[in-house]
Unconditional design. Structure first.
Length: 369
C-alpha cells in the first residue's frame, strides 16, 4: 500500500461514523426494502456499470414480471431480454437467467451462502458475491466498486486505482481490514453510498462527509488528485447501414446469433461499411451477402447515432423492398416477417429501438411504401 493510515486512525470510529451517517442519509431504493437474496442479486446484476437512477424503473418492472427466482428460471430468454432492453450489456440478463436456473436445479432454489459456491454462478464476480453475501446474509465479506475505490484512495492517499490486478488486490485487502464484525452489509452499502452521493469524482462535497476529519486527501487539499486517473480505452467509430425491408405491410427482422455481442436480440438487417462505400452501397452488399437477395432502396428513414462503452455507431437506415432473389438468411439464428405494431414485443438493441420509435411516427408512409 503506497498510502498510510492517518494519525490516530481508529477503524471503530470510522465504522461508527459511517454507519450513523448511512442510517440518516441513505437513499430509498426498492431493493433495500428487505434482505431477500433474489432481489439483491437482481439489483447487483443491474447495477454493474449502470447508474442507480437508470436501474430503479427496470428493477421494479422486473420484479413485477419475475417476482421470484423460480419465475425467472422458467422464463423464456426472449422475454428476459425484452425486460432488459435499453440497459445494455445483455450478457448480464442471460447470465442472470442462467444463474436462476442453476440455483433452482442445484441449490434447491436458495441462493448459495458460501463465497466459493456463489462465485461459480454465471456473471457473479467477487464484487457481486460480496454484495449479496454481506447485504442478504450479513457475512463479513467486502465489496469493491468504483465508488469504494475512490473513497479508499482519498482517505488513505492510496496511489492504487484498481487499474491492474496488483492494485485491485491492495484495495480489496484495505477494505477487508476495515469491515466491522457486525452490520457488514450496511457498512458496504454506506461506503458505496458515500462515493455515489458525497465523495464524487469531481467537486466532492467534503463539508458533508462524515469522514472529513479522517480523510488525508481532504486535509491536504488533494481530493481531485485521487485516485490517479486510469487511461481510458480508445473509442472507435463505426459506420453501419440497415434496411427496414417491407413486404405486404410486414417488416423483416432477424435474431442475432447467441454468444456474440448483443446475441439473442433482434435487429434490422445490415452491416458495417467497407472502405470507400456509400451507405447505399454498403446496404446492397450486406443484404446480398447475408440474405441472398437484391434490394430496391426507396428512401432514407433516418440516421441514428448511439454510443456504447468502447465504440460509437452511426447507423444509416433505409426503407427498402426485395427486388429479386430468394430470401435465404445465413448470418442469423432466426428471422421473421412481423407487423409494425408487433415490433415492440421483441427485444432489440438500443440503436434499433430508436428506429422502431421513428417507424411508429411514420406508420402510414411505411405501410404504403
Amino acid at each position: 500500500m503506497t498510502g498510510s493510515m492517518p494519525p490516530r486512525f481508529s477503524p471503530k470510529t470510522l465504522q461508527r461514523q459511517l454507519l450513523n451517517w448511512y442510517e440518516e442519509e441513505k437513499r430509498e431504493m426498492p431493493w433495500r426494502n428487505n434482505r431477500d437474496p433474489y432481489r439483491i442479486l437482481v439489483s447487483e446484476f443491474m447495477l454493474q456499470q449502470t447508474q442507480v437512477k437508470t436501474v430503479i424503473p427496470y428493477f421494479e418492472r422486473w420484479i413485477k414480471s419475475f417476482p421470484t427466482l423460480q419465475k425467472l428460471a422458467q422464463a423464456r430468454e426472449s422475454t428476459v431480454l425484452k425486460h432488459w432492453e435499453g440497459l445494455g450489456y445483455y450478457s448480464r440478463a442471460r447470465n442472470l437467467r442462467k444463474t436462476a436456473q442453476i440455483i433452482q436445479q442445484e441449490y434447491s432454489g436458495k441462493v448459495p451462502e458460501s463465497l466459493s459456491e456463489i462465485m461459480k454462478l454465471p456473471g457473479v464476480g467477487r464484487y457481486t458475491a460480496g454484495a449479496v453475501l454481506s447485504i442478504a446474509f450479513d457475512q463479513r465479506v467486502p465489496v469493491l466498486d468504483g465508488n469504494v475505490k475512490r473513497v479508499l484512495s482519498r482517505i488513505f492517499l492510496l496511489k492504487e486505482n484498481g487499474g491492474n490486478r496488483k492494485s485491485e488486490n491492495v484495495l480489496w485487502e484495505v477494505m477487508q481490514n476495515l469491515l466491522p464484525k457486525m452490520e457488514t452489509g450496511n457498512f458496504n452499502q454506506a461506503f458505496m453510498e458515500l462515493g455515489a452521493t458525497v465523495c464524487l469524482p469531481k467537486k466532492p462535497l467534503c463539508l458533508l462527509c462524515p469522514l472529513k476529519r479522517t480523510c488525508q486527501a481532504q486535509e491536504s487539499g488533494k481530493q481531485n488528485h485521487y485516485p490517479p486517473r486510469k487511461q481510458p480505452p480508445p473509442s472507435s467509430k463505426i459506420e453501419v447501414s440497415a434496411g427496414v425491408i417491407l413486404r405486404r405491410n410486414k417488416i423483416f427482422i432477424q435474431k442475432r446469433k447467441t454468444g456474440g455481442l448483443m446475441g439473442g436480440l433482434w435487429e434490422f438487417p445490415g452491416g458495417k461499411f467497407e472502405p470507400g462505400e456509400s451507405p447505399e452501397q454498403c446496404l446492397h452488399r450486406e443484404i446480398q451477402e447475408e440474405l441472398g437477395v437484391t434490394l430496391h432502396i426507396d428512401e432514407k428513414l433516418m440516421v441514428v447515432k448511439h454510443s456504447y462503452t468502447r465504440f460509437r455507431v452511426t447507423l444509416h437506415v433505409f426503407f427498402c423492398r426485395i427486388r429479386s432473389g430468394r430470401l435465404s438468411p445465413t448470418a442469423c439464428e432466426e428471422w421473421d416477417w412481423v407487423k409494425m405494431e408487433e415490433l415492440e414485443t421483441y427485444p432489440f438493441p438500443a440503436a434499433n429501438v430508436k428506429i422502431i420509435k421513428r417507424l411508429m411516427t411514420t406508420r402510414g408512409r411505411a405501410s404504403s411504401t
